[in-house]
Write a protein that binds this ligand. Structure first.
Ligand code: COA
Length: 568
């Protein structure tokens, strides 16, 4: 079927549905919902059989829904309506939630229901629930709705509040007043729910040291205590604030009126205010842990759930040290776990944007990424595994491919390309790793296509070696079994010997240093050359400047050769 996505952005859920529907044989084209006439034009050009709205911030125009079936993906259970569906579910501590696929009509989220899928909630950030439970339910719901539509026999169910299966209701937009923290009253659990319900957008407004700030990335602290609201300590960019029954770490802040009005580590935003506070070294009992290691027999697991998968210079250096530290003689296999939400999204573009010299910081950051990748590639004493619980993008994908094996959770999406960031050349030894695993021709195609990739395609191209587990719990369990087996296998020594031989052969053919120098030459031009595209693209990305048109890579109906039209 020809399916048109009308969407606010090509976000993680839209990318996932794009990949899943294409894997089912559908032809999918995308248009950003910029205004009514642009959407109408897209419908006219593509002539879709079905329209899907995976992520919309405003209603579909009547001129479209009155002539075409439009299915809206709503992140709420049956009957739930309104623009803050997941926010309310997290804030009110719902035990179960869901996704409903409904037909657009004149009433927001009130159309006939084509499918609904429920899931168990867990404590966590809204964005994390969106990337996991909601995304899985949305894929199931959309595939079901599409097959029902294709059958031609299914009648969608009208929404009637008296229906006992309808558990939801209309909820208004959640405002800052609904989220307001009362430091003298709110217990840690309440406070976490408030911040989680607003993470990653819009954040919870709060005042600290006389400044209006938005709070993100909260986690509980178990040991530190103090007067409610007091800032007690700092740790790896986060600040610790006391609550009535404990304390919480706040990792990221945003000061809309500051010179850098985007999300940054809390201690960067409050540099002068927190300079005299105690600095904590994190361990399993105390502190803000963004990088840590865990050992189980002959396997070491390196966790690095960095906020939004962004790896700044210091994080890369710390991770490299942690990696070197776990490569001990009594360990055979090192598993790089990343975080639940992202494995890695490459350099930290926000920190770069906030630096005195973004060009210099980009240079430092990419070199730190490269040093980390190099340490992994040249390791000849251990087997290394990248275990992707969450998505990876740009340099993050190639950092994973630096490992001997890449294992990925089934629903993971990879974006193995850099060019969308102002024609960035990219580094992290991608020019060695990508052709080595995918072949030269595929490498060229992947770089040019700039498209998200699902796990089946990544497996077929050698970017992923094994895939299992739908949920990150299932995946992590299975990773442990497989990694332990790997360490225990007789063939471990053989695998290591093969790895050494292969590396030596590759090095003979072309040393890693040559790849690095060539890539860095491209990056030097991006950072210091006459063409400012990278700096402009990074600015637009960090400041979230809306795109003025849909990229042609995904708006197939706007491609000049009309390639998508002729396939139908
Ligand atoms: N540095 C800083 N922040 C980053 C980041 C990076 N490298 N990559 C993603 N983020 C942030 C986004 O700004 C967004 O922030 P928010 O919480 O304030 O909304 C959040 O992570 C989620 O990213 P988003 O773009 O919404 O996720 P997605 O799943 O829709 O898209 C990517 C994933 C990887 C395609 C996209 O995030 C991207 O292009 N990232 C930049 C990759 C890059 O060019 N890295 C540098 C070269 S190595």
């Amino acid at each position: 079927m020809r399916i048109l996505f009308l969407t606010h952005a090509f976000n993680s859920l839209t990318q996932r549905l794009f990949v899943e529907l294409q894997d089912c044989g559908h032809e999918v084209s995308v248009e950003f919902d910029i205004n009514d006439s642009v959407s109408e034009e897209a419908v006219e050009l593509f002539k879709p059989e079905l329209i899907i709205a995976p992520f919309l911030k405003r209603a579909i125009p009547e001129s479209i829904w009155s002539r075409h079936i439009c299915l809206v993906v709503h992140p709420g259970i049956r009957g739930d309506r309104g623009p803050s569906a997941l926010d309310w579910a997290v804030m009110t501590g719902k035990r179960h939630w869901g996704v409903t696929v409904l037909q657009a009509n004149a009433e927001m989220d009130g159309g006939d229901i084509w499918a609904s899928v429920e899931f168990d909630m867990r404590p966590g950030k809204k964005a994390s629930l969106y990337r996991h439970e909601t995304a899985e339910a949305a894929v199931e719901g959309v595939l079901l709705a599409v097959s029902r539509y294709q059958s031609g026999t299914f009648t969608p169910l009208p929404l009637t509040d008296s229906d006992p299966g309808v558990g939801g209701k209309w909820n208004p937009l959640m405002g800052q007043a609904d989220r307001k923290i009362d430091w003298d009253r709110d217990e840690t659990e309440t406070l976490l729910r408030k911040i989680n319900s607003a993470d990653g957008f819009p954040g919870v407004r709060d005042s600290l040291f006389g400044r209006e700030l938005l709070l993100y990335d909260a986690m509980p602290e178990t040991l530190l205590k103090g007067a409610p609201g007091a800032v007690l300590a700092c740790c790896e960019g986060a600040i610790c604030r006391a609550t009535v029954d404990g304390a919480v770490w706040i990792g990221y802040l945003r000061d809309k009126s500051a010179a850098h009005p985007f999300k940054l580590p809390a201690t960067m935003v409050l540099a002068s205010e927190v300079s005299g506070l105690p600095v904590i070294t994190p361990d399993q009992h105390c502190g803000y842990r963004d990088i840590w290691c865990e050992r189980d027999g002959e396997v070491a697991y390196l966790h690095f759930p960095l906020y939004n998968g962004a790896m700044g210079t210091r994080q890369c250096e710390r991770l490299r040290q942690a990696y070197i530290g776990v490569c001990q003689p009594d360990i055979k296999v090192v598993v790089l776990m990343g975080g639940i939400d992202f494995w890695s999204n490459g350099m930290d573009l926000n920190r770069i944007e906030a630096a005195d010299s973004p060009a210099d910081e980009s240079w430092r950051n990419i070199n730190a990424m490269n040093d980390l990748a190099l340490e992994i590639i040249k390791c000849d004493s251990h087997l290394t595994i990248a275990a992707m619980q969450g998505n990876a993008g740009a340099g993050g994908v190639f950092l994973a491919r630096a490992c001997d094996e890449v294992w990925a959770r089934k629903g993971v999406i990879l974006n193995p390309h850099y060019k969308d960031m102002g024609n960035l050349f990219g580094s992290e030894y991608w020019s060695y790793l990508l052709p080595r695993y995918a072949g030269a021709r595929n490498a060229e195609r992947i770089v040019r296509a700039r498209l998200p990739m699902g796990v089946p395609e990544a497996l077929s191209l050698g970017l992923v070696d094994q895939s299992f587990g739908r949920s990150f719990h299932e995946f992590a369990r299975e990773v442990r079994c497989r990694a332990a087996q790997m360490a225990g296998m007789e063939v471990f020594r053989d695998s290591l010997a093969k790895k050494r031989t292969r590396r030596a052969e590759d090095e003979n053919l072309k040393p890693l240093l040559c790849y690095r120098n060539e890539e860095l030459e491209g990056m030097r031009l991006n950072f210091y050359g006459f063409d400012p595209s990278y700096h402009i693209a990074r600015y637009n990305f960090v400041y979230k400047i809306p795109k003025s048109r849909t990229p042609l890579t995904i708006a197939k109906h706007r491609q000049r050769d009309g390639s998508s039209r002729s396939q139908s």
